[in-house]
Design a protein around this ligand. Structure first.
Ligand code: LMR
Length: 346
């Protein structure tokens, strides 16, 4: 039989006789929050690109900020270059808790059940990064991140790499140049449709396999911002890079929901703030990293670099324009409308 509850007067009297015990009891919730705050935490952050890219550098900045502000109590282990997981298994690893944080490109969410993220892949959608911000920094961007909770993920923010360029062993300036080429693409139906519209055959490959596939001739060409092209050594296996700027490549930072909820309020605030600063830093350096990579590429002299005329770019644009309509139902008509509204507000 359980002991009868003490009347309030007696409980008060016990407290008078044992003030310390009562003070401790009263502060119990705070104390446990404090204990959680003191707990050592390790956050494993996996990504597929090189350190010297906007994403690689933003991840390093995040690590430095978190470790410095937590006095080393929260450790961030960054695994770049797909060392731990690649495109095919990183999302599953995150969902299973084998890794805690990822920053996949926005093109990689369609494959795991979020085709609405493929709106970012629509060719020639954004005139500049300010257009991208109208989506990522507004309600539409927030709604997209909230969707991720359906799969046990928490979306924490977006950041840029930049605009993509086309490469192959020939210049890619107008649609006929693409005909018959096997072009490596990320696992995005929108990007695949874009390549088909140009007369090329899309081949979905993991990022880490791309350079080798270009070298061995499994694929003939690819698209990526220059920082990725350069740091993967693709210039050693592609004779021509055409500055098409036909599409955007950016990232969403996602964490495992259980991991995120396991952090104390103070720790998630610290990590969240460090991440916001690291993403702002990533956005600040993205253009410069791509410019640096372009300069290095010119210096290396391995690859001819082609600038398109306005007329050539317009032809590419017209050719891929039907992709917007053809893929609208995959992305979702209401997402397409929301995207158009967001872009109008400029
Ligand atoms: C790719 O797979 O081409 C890129 O998304 C890699 C990356 O994360 O920048």
């Amino acid at each position: 039989m359980s002991a009868p509850a003490l009347p309030a007067s007696l409980r008060r009297r016990q407290c008078l006789h044992g003030a310390l015990a009562c003070a401790m009891a009263a502060s119990l919730p705070n104390r446990s929050a404090q204990a959680a705050t003191d707990k050592a935490v390790t956050l494993r952050f996996s990504h597929v690109v090189a350190q010297e890219t906007p994403k690689g550098l933003a991840a390093q900045r995040f690590k430095a900020l978190v470790e410095q502000r937590s006095g080393g109590r929260i450790r961030v282990l960054v695994y770049p270059d797909g060392q731990l997981y690649g495109d095919h298994d990183e999302m599953q690893a995150l969902q299973l808790g084998a890794v805690d944080m990822l920053a996949p490109s926005l093109s990689k969410f369609g494959r795991i059940g979020f085709p609405e993220f493929e709106l970012f892949d629509l060719p020639f959608l954004f005139g500049n990064v300010a257009d991208v911000r109208r989506i990522t920094q507004g309600p539409l961007g927030q709604r997209l991140l909230q969707r991720l909770s359906r799969q046990g993920l928490t979306g924490l923010g977006y950041f840029d790499n930049g605009f993509k360029q086309m490469s192959a062993n020939r210049p890619l300036l107008t649609p006929p140049d693409f005909v018959g080429l096997r072009m490596r693409v990320q696992a995005s139906r929108v990007i695949a449709a874009q390549m088909r519209a140009l007369g090329a055959q899309p081949v979905t490959l993991a990022f880490s396999e791309t350079r080798r596939a270009l070298e061995s001739g499994v694929v003939d060409g690819t698209e990526n911002p220059i920082s990725n092209f350069w740091t993967q050594g693709m210039h050693e296996v592609q004779s021509d890079l055409s500055l098409t700027e036909h599409g955007y490549l950016g990232y969403a930072v996602v964490v495992n929901q259980r991991f995120w909820q396991s952090l104390s309020a103070a720790d998630s605030a610290l990590v969240g703030q460090a991440l916001r600063e690291a993403l702002a830093y990533g956005n600040d350096i993205a253009d410069a990293q791509n410019d640096k990579a372009l300069a290095a590429l010119r210096q290396a002299g391995t690859t001819r670099i082609h600038t398109l005329s306005e007329a050539q770019r317009a032809r590419l644009r017209q050719t891929v324009e039907p992709v917007h309509k053809a893929l609208a139902s995959r992305i979702g008509l209401s997402w397409m409308d929301a995207m158009r509204d967001a872009l109008k507000q400029g």
